[in-house]
Design a protein around this ligand. Structure first.
Ligand code: DSN
Length: 416
């Protein structure tokens, strides 16, 4: 590839070097294994396989049938559900399928507000969910910055939604799935749980599972689950027929068989004891990072974290979230600006940053390294524009990334 298409090759290589040289704190990202990446770069990308194993619209599907069956079986075993659809190209595609399976257009949904940590596909006015359904939202309380299930119940009794949606992309506390299910049952709503962020924690039993409580569970495979970029739907016998039809032909055409193979590989990895140890370390590291930042005077939304992520209110340092993201990026610490609950700033400025420990834990950082990294974050945020501080931290980050390579030389083989 280097000689055939140097332009694309060099951009891929530059991205590989960037990932090796920066500490990745974006909570929705991770570093997939070489095996997961290898599965995606295979001849499976050539195959059209609209339909499902044993019922395809094209010939020659015998081997991709094997792959999709493996992925489905592994997903069911890992998450303890009876049915799985592994075809969604992304989390949003999985949510499109789930909402179409459970609702009619214009039905009412009660979901967590994006401003308080929800997700675009849970009702943003410009997303399909906000365009085609009537959205009401719940959020976190002003004082605790946590979801209060009594308040969710009150809202559900008022709104009487057809569907209650639980799940978030910027909420650091344990989600109470039995309580969501009880509210759904009391108000006659279906329950959809989008566990995209916490799927890896759920697989390793580090976060309670929504399976058995929700009518449908959706997830992405590339965040804490550490697989390829993609989505998935888990459900029971009562909804699988609908889900299979709303994934294809409802929301998608041909499945990406190379990505489904990579999902199968990741699901095998996620069933190993090593993966459970990894997920426990992710949570330990997140707690250590939150404690370090708190000790250095930074406010963590809701006072801490139960999972892999946290929101840091950077307002007191005089910076916006955008500025904080930029000064950290300048020292090779990558994160994203994020609204904090009741934020006065617009989303593109924001008052917070979101930090997650899934990716740095994958490359081997433990509590000691994460505490050192927390000190560097605090130092940089309290001295924005101080080039001497930035130089010192950048050099510390470089040393740590060299000590904890992600792929080492093997990545060169994968991408060459
Ligand atoms: N964009 C993802 C995140 O960063 O949380 C959610 O899809």
């Amino acid at each position: 590839m280097k000689s055939q298409d140097a332009a694309v090759w060099s951009a891929i290589e530059a991205e590989r070097v960037r990932q090796e040289a920066q500490l990745e704190l974006i909570a929705s990202e991770n570093h997939a294994s070489r095996e997961v990446i290898a599965a995606m770069g295979t001849v499976l990308t050539n195959k059209y396989a609209e339909g499902y194993p044993g019922r395809r619209y094209y010939g020659g599907c015998e081997h991709v049938d094997t792959i999709e069956d493996l992925a489905r079986a592994r997903a069911k075993a890992l998450f303890g559900c009876t049915h799985a659809n592994v075809q969604p190209h992304s989390g949003t595609q999985a949510n499109i399928a789930a909402l179409m399976a459970l609702l009619q257009p214009r039905d009412t949904i009660l979901a967590m507000s994006l401003d308080h940590g929800g997700h675009l596909s849970h009702g943003h006015p410009k997303n399909f969910s906000g365009l085609f359904y009537a959205i009401h939202s719940y959020g976190v309380e002003k004082g605790t910055e946590r979801i209060d299930m009594d308040r969710v119940r009150e809202k559900a009794l008022l709104v009487r939604p057809k569907l209650l949606l639980a799940g978030a992309s910027a909420y650091s506390r344990t989600l109470d799935f039995p309580a969501f299910a009880a509210i759904a049952q009391e108000t006659g709503a279906k329950l959809l749980v989008d566990m995209a962020h916490i799927a890896g924690l759920v697989a390793a039993k580090v976060h309670p599972t929504p399976v058995g409580h929700a009518d449908i569970v959706t997830l992405t495979t590339h965040k804490t689950l550490r697989g390829p970029r993609g989505g998935m739907v888990l459900c029971g016998a009562d909804t699988i027929k609908q889900v299979n039809s709303t994934v294809f032909p409802g929301g998608q055409g041909g499945p990406l068989m190379h990505v489904i193979a990579a999902k199968a590989v990741a699901l095998r990895e996620a069933a190993t004891p090593e993966f459970a140890v990894y997920q426990r370390r992710v949570v330990e590291n997140a707690k250590a990072l939150a404690e370090t930042l708190t000790a250095r005077g930074l406010r963590i939304v809701s006072g801490g974290t139960d999972n892999h992520l946290m929101l840091v209110d950077v307002g007191a340092s005089g910076l916006s979230g955008k500025q904080a993201e930029d000064v950290l990026h300048a020292v090779d610490l990558t994160c994203n600006k994020n609204l904090i609950p009741y934020d006065q700033r617009p989303p593109m400025e924001a008052s917070g940053i979101r930090l997650g420990t899934a990716a740095v834990t994958t490359r081997g950082l433990g509590v000691g390294e994460v505490r050192r990294m927390g000190e560097w974050i605090a130092e940089v945020l309290s001295h924005p524009g101080d080039e001497a501080v930035a130089r010192r931290v950048r050099s510390n980050v470089a040393e740590m990334t060299r000590a904890f390579p992600i792929y080492g030389d093997a990545a060169r083989v994968v991408h060459a």
